[in-house]
Design a protein around this ligand. Structure first.
Ligand code: ZN
Length: 310
């Protein structure tokens, strides 16, 4: 399995266009030892020829253009990208679908709840149906391994399997009350456990950290890419008074009581990588003590262009 990180920052990117916090200022001026980052986007492939996008970030167009893997094969209007797998209906996870609207047949895998939010309540996404054949929505059932079938060539199996696991998160604020009441809450935010032969990869860029079932999924995987949005629970308070805490926003912080770095992982061979890093998180500064703590605890910090092999 090949996994490419195309974007590694949380919503807004790094630097964020309207932010003058010390880190955004530092990366703008070049005084901070840190890489600029686009909004979180990853892709997975078994053969390097057909790719599954993991969510669709607002920066998707730029991210596709920046990678040689996604150049259309010669002589035709086509793409190595044939499917998208969604973990939630968050704006940062779905906005990029609109970049894929150029009459390209695609498969979009999601829970029923996420599909209903996008197709019943947000008519803008109906532009995806203009392709021929139209975009096909495929239901990801919870807790069941299912084969991922690429849109093209339609008859070819990818050899990649995926199990969706509820992470007990919440629906985005923009979902209306009336629709929300008809949706299964466990379908709001999922983690994706990919399998091919005996190799496993777990992807959870939004990890509320409720319950502990996801710990086992990390331990049994060869690679886990997890939510590294915030260093501490009250991180946004210092930038903007009255901001929600990390946990209230559905992100388990890295540090502090029961933070991700303090979770009781059993020893395993898992390669552990942090993604979806907010511009306020000090681990973006390569010279910060927090970044050192993360590396000393055997976690890696994702960056745009990172390539991982499983
Ligand atoms: Zn900032």
């Amino acid at each position: 399995m090949r996994v490419r990180v195309l974007g590694s920052a949380a919503g807004g990117g790094f630097p964020q266009w309207n932010c003058a916090c010390p880190q955004c200022e530092g990366v703008r001026s070049g005084k901070l030892r840190a890489r600029a980052r686009t909004q979180t986007q990853a892709a997975v492939s078994l053969d390097g020829a057909r790719w599954f996008l993991l969510n669709a970030s607002p920066d998707l167009r730029q991210q596709i253009l920046s990678s040689a893997d996604f150049v259309p094969p010669g002589g035709s209007r086509n793409t190595p990208i044939s499917s998208v797998v969604l973990t939630s209906a968050d704006v940062d996870a779905v906005m990029g679908l609109l970049h894929l609207r150029e009459f390209q047949p695609l498969h979009i895998f999601s829970t029923i709840a996420v599909r209903r939010i996008l197709t019943e309540e947000n008519s803008l996404f109906r532009v995806l149906a203009r392709s021929s054949p139209p975009v096909k929505w495929e239901t990801l059932p919870l807790d069941r391994l299912m084969p991922l079938i690429p849109a093209s060539p339609a008859d070819k199996k990818s050899g990649l399997f995926c199990k969706a696991v509820s992470l007990n998160g919440s629906f985005p604020d923009y979902v209306s009350e009336s629709l929300r009441h008809t949706l299964a809450p466990e379908e709001a935010v999922i983690g994706l456990s990919f399998a091919s032969k005996e190799k496993k990869f777990f992807y959870a860029p939004n990890l509320p950290g409720i319950g502990d079932h996801w710990l086992r999924l990390v331990e049994e995987s060869d690679l886990a890419i997890l939510d590294g949005t915030f260093w501490k629970d009250d991180e946004l308070h210092s930038i903007q008074k009255g901001s929600k805490s990390a946990r209230q926003m559905g992100h388990l912080p890295l540090w502090g009581d029961r933070g991700l770095l303090r979770q009781p992982f059993r020893p395993s061979k898992t390669r552990r990588v942090l993604i979806h890093i907010n511009n306020t998180n000090p681990i973006l500064n390569d010279e910060s003590p927090e970044s050192r703590i993360v590396r000393d605890a055997c976690w890696e910090i994702a960056y745009d262009g990172m390539e991982l092999a499983v």
